[in-house]
Design a binder for this molecule. Sequence first.
Ligand code: G3P
Ligand code: MG
Length: 391
Amino acid sequence: GGGAPVPPLSANPTKPAAFVFDIDGVLVRGPAVLPAARTAMQMLLSGGAWRAPVCFLTNGGGVSEARKAEELTSWLGVEVGEDQVILSHSPFRQLAPRLGDVPVLVAGRRDVVAVARSYGFSKVLTTYHLAEAFGRAATPFGAAPLTDAPKGATRSGGPCPVRDLGWGSEAAPIRAVLVFNDPAGDAWYQDLQLLHDVITSHGVPLRPHPAPETAAALLNRAPPGSRPVEVFFSNPDLLWANDHPRPRFGQGAFAAALDALHRQTTGGPISGARWFGKPNREPYRLAERLLLAQAVRLGLAPPSVAEDAAAAASGGNGGGGAAARFSAIYAVGDNPAADVRGANTAGPPWVSVLVRTGVFEGREANSATDPAHIVVDDVAAAVEAARHRER
Ligand code: G3P
Ligand code: MG
């Protein structure tokens, strides 16, 4: 109880309900799988009484959707497929048709280089490549250790893309910075320094520097005809919940630091920075499409093109009619600023369900800043509340 008024159920009783689960702070905390997560999944995914489309929507990443599905399968004890997983960087795939053939700088840990290539980016650079090509003076307080580098970020015998192929030169400027997930701790300094270089130099980080060094010089140094670098963040979370008692800094904290430095050196924010990841709309639209495909596969929704077209024409909520095919989409999350705000902004039939096992764990009845439709103790109680409501 104590939640914001829950939107009315659809008048059409034949529509199925669907679920979207956040991962950190809902299903796991650090390496620990929450017992309620297994209970919840047994209710939904073990061929039990209630069949409903399910997706997992996280602001985490660094691995492929298929790899995360394998992790979820082993954590939860139920089969999870890659078409049920939306990671913070999953929406970056849609940028590849435009940016797939130009040098892009990818930041993050684990498998981000391989993931970027699999999305269709063919000229992937990391700050490890830049640090290697530029030498010690580029990161005078120390480069990040190569052991922290994402796989494939270091040259193994092949040409250095910066030195030997000229990526990041006047002839082949870096067109975009894509922050796939949080840089490793030791890479924060390297990434802040080198991303700032790439952004303020319009993608040519060794471009000769105007003297004297002033904020105005940095702001105005881009030669006529050069293009600003496009900057994409995949996860705005300032905070997230692992197994430490207090919330930890997330990618949003890294972005805030980069933006603060940019403001101080140039006098203005990073222009044209774009944000994907919850609470932004892209992952919700992706979830609606994946849920509908599942509903059709499960025989819970007819594969009716006509109905889709009608729903799309009537405006719907911008999801191409996919959302309108559900009585409710329960978005279960722990972070009011990400999960609740995202579901509330997505609009009906999305129903925000806030649990107390992660970022939000206080005794207050609801989040003061982003009140959820439903507030319960944990993810098992969330599924129970939804079942009660759908009956
Ligand atoms: O780095 C992951 C974190 O910011 C949020 O993960 O699963 O709670 O969206 P999640
Ligand atoms: Mg979470």
